[in-house]
Design a protein around this ligand. Structure first.
Ligand SMILES: C[S@@+](CC[C@H](N)C(=O)[O-])C[C@H]1O[C@@H](n2cnc3c(N)ncnc32)[C@H](O)[C@@H]1O
Length: 361
């Protein structure tokens, strides 16, 4: 099978975790970058990256990389790709560009327009007809990345962002992104050897992602579709093989998920049921300040409110309560707190062993 460069996008701060995941699926020449990791792989690995990587947001297949001297030169080099081998003339396509430090391209729209022209003109010259642009529901999406006078042309193999696993049926007011939740859990090193506690679980993203990790359930197993299924070279048999390769594993520990509101616990239960890991999670409506669990050696992961509804004094108290509870009720466990506010975290009053900054935008 042909080998090519695959670029996997993620959140800033999760590159190393993602690189480790890529190594596990067999990626070669793995290179962490900024909000992305590149590696060498074939079609099987491209499918596997979409299906198995928990910290991937999007997987791109590189088509070509070249330097250009002018806009005209850029257009000509885009024409050298055999677009008609990649897509059908009846498929709607879209082009997205990122432009950094370019003298030729002041805005990314212009770069997209030039690539669109190259695709349309290539088709016209070879087949006499042209494919149409469809930005709403494209079947094929081309990504253009320009840095200075270097261009990387890629095809998006994922489609909808991979954080949209497909199991979420209900969500509260501030649900955690699934990729961020999985990234935090993998960053903590938890793989299911101990109990896992989320005392402010909201719609249950952390407990559900934890259960998927512990049972080795591929995050892609709930997805209805991936963009690569629209490609001319789509290999159903190969994809079915990839999908059947990951064996689920047993999990003997427990995951505890609780929240202040019954409504959120209802959401969390619905999501867990849909993700088929309901039996691994023990749900409870409880205020963290009254929660008594006999956790020992457990991983506690909390994503407290950070300002959507509570006022600052209320939040200060809430974070102080979390610190109190962790210190007195849960010694002997490891706690991770995910918050968008460094100031609020100061109120916890416990000295962190590790501070990690992940940027989710
Ligand atoms: C930022 S949200 C958590 C979102 C969650 N990670 C998700 O993915 O849906 C914070 C949660 O803390 C809960 N909460 C606030 N104060 C609480 C308390 N004292 N005890 C337990 N839960 C609390 C809220 O009900 C809310 O669901």
């Amino acid at each position: 099978m042909e080998n090519y460069t695959i670029t996997v996008k993620t959140f800033a701060g999760l590159e190393e975790v993602l690189a480790r995941e890529i190594k596990l699926i067999g990626g070669k020449n793995i290179q962490p970058g900024r909000r992305a990791v590149t590696f060498n792989g074939d079609k099987r690995l491209l499918y596997k990256a979409n299906y198995n990587l928990r910290t991937a947001l999007r997987v791109l297949k590189q088509l070509s990389t070249f330097r250009f001297r002018s806009v005209d030169d850029f257009y000509k080099k885009c024409r050298t790709t055999a677009w008609e081998d990649l897509m059908d003339v009846n498929q709607g396509f879209a082009v997205y560009s990122t432009v950094i430090n370019s003298d030729e391209f002041r805005n990314s729209m212009f770069a997209s327009l030039k690539v669109k022209d190259a695709i349309v003109d290539s088709f016209r010259a070879k087949t006499g007809s042209r494919p149409n642009v469809d930005t709403k529901n494209p079947e094929v999406t081309v990504h253009v990345h320009i840095t200075g006078n270097q261009c990387f042309l890629s095809l998006d193999s994922s489609g909808e962002s991979l954080h949209k696993r497909g199991y979420r049926v209900a969500q509260g007011s501030a649900p955690l992104n699934e990729v961020l939740a999985a990234g935090m859990i993998l960053l903590s090193g938890w793989k299911g050897e101990t109990d896992f506690i989320d005392p402010m679980c909201g719609s249950g993203t952390l407990p559900v992602e934890a259960a998927l990790i512990a049972t080795n359930t591929p995050p892609g197993s709930f997805r209805k579709e991936f963009a690569f299924e629209n490609w001319m070279d789509y290999d159903t048999k190969l994809f079915n093989t990839v999908a059947s390769e990951t064996g689920k594993q047993g999990f003997s520990k427990k995951i505890y998920a609780s929240d202040l509101t019954a409504r959120n616990i209802g959401y969390a239960k619905a999501n867990a049921r849909n993700a088929k890991i309901f039996n691994h999670i023990i749900f409870k409506v409880a205020d963290f300040k009254d929660l008594t669990l006999r956790g020992n050696g457990a991983t506690i992961m909390v994503n407290p409110p950070y300002g959507e509804r509570l006022s600052q004094p209320g939040l200060d108290k809430l974070y102080a309560m979390i610190g109190e509870r962790l210190k007195h009720q849960y010694p002997g466990n490891t706690a991770w707190i995910l918050s968008a506010s460094k100031e609020l975290l100061n109120n916890v009053g416990l000295k962190p062993a590790l501070l990690s900054f992940i940027t989710a935008h």
